[in-house]
Ligand binder design. Structure first.
Ligand code: F3S
Length: 65
């Protein structure tokens, strides 16, 4: 699985990188960004789902590869 952030919808709420710091970071303006290529290992999947559910802008997608 893979996570993506739609930068057109992200408003910098920061819940993604608080809840799943192994998957997301922030840019210099506090907007979320995917770390690496966004690949989610099985043990990171719960955090990925938490981030998706907690983004107020629904900017995060979890995609099956
Ligand atoms: Fe942006 Fe949502 Fe994260 S608004 S910073 S993708 S919690």
């Amino acid at each position: 699985m893979k996570v993506t952030i739609d930068s057109g919808h992200c408003q910098g709420h920061g819940r993604c990188y608080d809840l799943a710091p192994e998957l997301f970071g922030d840019d210099e303006e506090g907007y979320g960004k995917v770390l690496g290529d966004g690949t989610v290992s099985p043990d990171e999947e719960q955090h990925a789902r938490l981030a998706v559910a907690n983004c107020p802008e629904r900017a995060i997608d979890l995609l099956k590869e």
